[in-house]
Write a protein that binds this ligand. Structure first.
Ligand code: FES
Length: 526
């Protein structure tokens, strides 16, 4: 099996029974904030796109690059489609001209022509990507590969049961706006960033240890930030709180925990994977490439500047009355929202900075009051500050997912009272009837689910499944003193009270080994 690195989370898998192109991403994403690094735009995409199968793991724009898919990927390719709850991905791909779809039954091995086997695991909670993320398992002639991508299954046993895996591709770096955009003192930001960076690596080691593949390929990031306004997010400034460590940092951190089987693919690198070996060749030496990272970034910044400027010029729509349009789009959804609105529990304020960089319009999305209105000098749960032009653009294009556009762009700052609140982001990624209904249903089911099994970790008896997204705490739970951390997403719980210290709600059931279990109580959203 041959694996060609095509940048970020993208790769082309070639076997005698057919080729699969995964997640090709070349054009900037999220308001021209993210670019693939190393640059992959110089690859021979006409040839790479001439494939038998296309696999797009999810709709995040650093995986689903519509312009690139349209221009470069053969429309004869059969799309290996994850079993997502909504038809958005299929609809978008059909619009781009794809007509052949294989809707892979979730978590079932499918045998394709010539003995090529694939299995897709789709994750479908409201917090998995834009309502869905997935991983692809491939087998040909006894060689097995798992492209886990940036998906976060609770464990990898499903794949491990299919036989020993030879190549494991997974995310190791950050892909979020936390903590950089928060209006916090620099020392706090650095401390939170460092915690996050450590957690990302811990989670990666856990997955690697779960699967015990012969070779581990760090993929799916980090992106690079080429706009001057975002340049500080590149991990080149010696900031230990930067959440975007690159593949060379992965190699050194992995070596510290005894890892010796890492394979870094640059765009154009080729790995020949057999049941016994992995022979890799690179267009340039990997170490040398990352040693010159700053020079590469600076060169890219100059080369891509016109692209960024052209995108920026398209964002302004002064004809849009932002308040009115937000009312029209958002109020009907607030009316329908039960779980998410209750979970947010307070007003969320948007401060929109005008074209002059100074004037500010303040709009509140009032979740308890179910309305969008001007800010009324009140206490709010969250406050976001961003350019008015960005919101104008989102309204202009009818964007249904402000996470997969505004928030991932990192072109905003934020402040909040109290803990992280996942419902805020769940709502702003569900600005369509279809998505909102799905998410409401998911929370409904999830909140009602009775999770009775307990396990013992150290001095504590705790429920087996994490109250967040049901990770198995016998694998992901780490207890220190009276606190439990679930390493899947890093949420922390105070075991004496059961309180989640990371996010609102999500109480955990716990008691000391030598104490009696308290009377059962249901989970609460508030
Ligand atoms: S499943 Fe997300 S923190 Fe446990």
């Amino acid at each position: 099996m041959r694996v060609t690195g095509t940048g970020h989370a993208s790769m082309r898998i070639d076997t005698p029974a057919g080729s699969i192109l995964c997640d090709p991403w070349v054009n900037p994403a999220y308001f021209a904030s993210w670019f693939p690094f190393p640059d992959n735009s110089q690859l021979d995409w006409d040839t790479l796109g001439d494939v038998d199968y296309l696999y797009v793991s999810h709709l995040h724009r650093d995986h689903f690059d519509a312009a690139h898919l349209k221009r470069y990927v053969s429309k004869k390719a059969t799309v290996l489609l994850p079993a997502f709850p909504t038809s958005e991905m299929e609809d978008e791909l059909r619009e781009l001209g794809f007509t052949h779809f294989l809707k892979a039954p979730n978590e079932e091995v499918v045998e394709l022509d010539g003995g090529l086997k694939v299995m897709i695991q789709a994750l479908t909670s409201p917090t998995d990507g834009p309502i869905g993320d997935s991983s692809l398992w491939v087998e040909y002639d006894g060689v097995r590969l798992l492209n886990q991508n940036d998906a976060r299954p609770t464990d990898l046993s499903l794949f491990a049961e299919l036989g020993h895996v030879h190549a494991h591709m997974l995310q190791f770096s950050g892909a979020i706006w936390y903590p950089m955009v928060y209006e916090l003192p620099q020392a706090a930001k650095t401390a939170f960033g460092k915690q996050k960076r450590d957690r990302q690596f811990d989670r990666t080691w856990r997955y690697i240890d779960d699967l015990k593949a012969d070779h581990v390929f760090p993929i799916a990031g980090p992106p690079c930030f080429l706009d001057d306004a975002l340049w500080q997010f590149n991990d080149i400034h010696g900031d230990e709180g930067n959440i975007f460590p690159d593949q060379s940092v992965f190699l050194s951190e992995y070596a510290k925990v005894g890892g010796t089987n890492a394979v870094v693919l640059l765009p154009g690198s080729v790995a020949e994977v057999t049941t016994e070996t992995c022979e890799t060749s690179h267009p340039v030496p990997v170490e040398e490439f990352f040693a010159n990272k700053v020079a590469h970034l600076e060169e890219m910044r100059e080369r891509k500047r016109p692209i960024i400027e052209a995108e920026k010029a398209s964002w302004r729509h002064p004809e849009i009355d932002v308040l009115k349009e937000m009312q029209r789009r958002i109020e009907p959804l607030l009316d329908e929202s039960i779980y998410i609105a209750k979970g947010v529990g307070g007003p969320v304020r948007f401060d929109l900075v005008g074209y002059d960089g100074e004037s500010v319009e303040s709009i509140v999305v009032d979740f308890p009051g179910k309305q969008v209105r001007p800010y009324a000098d009140e206490k709010v749960r969250y406050r976001f500050r961003t350019e008015r032009a960005l919101i104008e653009h989102l309204l202009h294009i009818g964007e249904v997912d402000w996470v997969n556009s505004l928030f991932l762009s990192c072109r905003f700052s934020a402040a909040r009272i109290g803990q992280y609140n996942e419902f805020v982001y769940s709502f702003f990624k569900c600005l369509s009837e279809e998505r909102l209904q799905y998410s409401e249903g998911w929370y409904d089911e999830h909140e009602r689910a009775v999770d009775a099994e307990d396990i013992t970790i150290g001095d504590w008896v705790v429920q087996r499944r994490c109250p967040h997204l049901k990770a198995d705490l016998s694998r992901f739970g780490v207890v220190e003193g009276d606190q439990l951390t679930c390493q899947l997403h890093g949420w922390r719980f105070d075991l004496s009270s059961g309180r989640c210290l990371t996010s609102v709600g999500h109480k955990i059931r716990a008691h000391r080994v030598d104490e009696q279990a308290p009377a059962p109580a249901g989970e609460s959203l508030t």
